[in-house]
Write a protein that binds this ligand. Sequence first.
Ligand SMILES: Cc1cc2nc3c(=O)[nH]c(=O)nc-3n(C[C@H](O)[C@H](O)[C@H](O)COP(=O)(O)O)c2cc1C
Length: 343
Amino acid sequence: MDLATRYMGLQLKNPLVASASPLTGEPDSLRRLEDAGAAALILPSLFQEEIEAETARYEHLTSVHDDSWPEGLSNFPKLADAQHGPHEYLELVRRARQAVEVPVIASLNGVSNEGWTSYAKQLEQAGANGLELNIYFIPADLAATGRDVEQRYLDILKSVRATVSIPVAIKLSPYFSSVGNMAMALHDAGADALVLFNRFYQPDIDPSRLQVLTDLKLSDPSEIRLPLLWLAVLAGRTRASLAASTGVNSAEEVVKYLLVGADVVMTTSSLLRQGPGHMTTLLTGLEKWLDARGFTSLKHVRGIMSQRCLRDPQAFERANYIKILQGYQAPAMKAGGLRSIVR
Ligand SMILES: Cc1cc2nc3c(=O)[nH]c(=O)nc-3n(C[C@H](O)[C@H](O)[C@H](O)COP(=O)(O)O)c2cc1C
């Protein structure tokens, strides 16, 4: 069975990728993921705040000497040249590269374009095969326009792109007014791949204790529908690679994402729930599905249910929405109970 795929210019043996999480933050579990079949690994993010905190510590150190020991200043390298960033992360990139053969993609997570993006160069030098950018930004400033938010994404991407020559992916928000147009703009600005989608951790509240709850819920398969829709719309219409992310629990979700046109399928929640060995279950399930239908290569199925390939492209648009709403029958309505009230 030929499961090979290309993602952000990297040749992968199959389309299964472990997305960023604590599981990808240890050489041991990276090795276990690779052994179980993962074709690429995304390291947990290095956060803008971590880089800035380290830079501030460095500046404090140098300014202390500035006052008390002026001639000592020359002993410090200039900030731009210094290896002053979070050393643990660079060390993780190096150790990950040594631990596994499959591509290792580092992840940078930030919200503004203010100097920290140059850190991408050090990740490249440490051996990262690619870079994933996660711009986790909640536009709570009510004066910020949609255009401002889009520009922020583009500016961060452009400044990272200018720093490195390895491929760059961007983990996209689903909350743009025109997701498709934004995806195209990000590709034009240098994104080699688009990850659909970033999963925003929305807080809940506890009404009895009047507290905001910030617990983390792992995803479930009902969440694949939004990425599925946009992958289906974008497949075959952008030259950027497409990664499906969110909601994979079994091989069924993997197959669905590939059918609408994903080049790779990422998973975190299923691995955190079931352990790195779950990669093998996903991979075997995909192979079985293809085999049972006589497909010998992934290429034969990828994108065959994308909007461009469907006989009825309206299936992904408004016409289908109207049909669904008008055709809906709740169990209680079928029994005749609600029908009279609704009409
Ligand atoms: C515990 C945990 C830690 C995560 N850490 C990161 C991270 O550091 N950077 C990042 O971009 N995404 C991070 N994610 C998000 C995942 O990479 C992924 O996008 C998200 O969980 C949706 O995929 P899933 O439905 O397969 O879980 C994390 C998710 C979890 C559950």
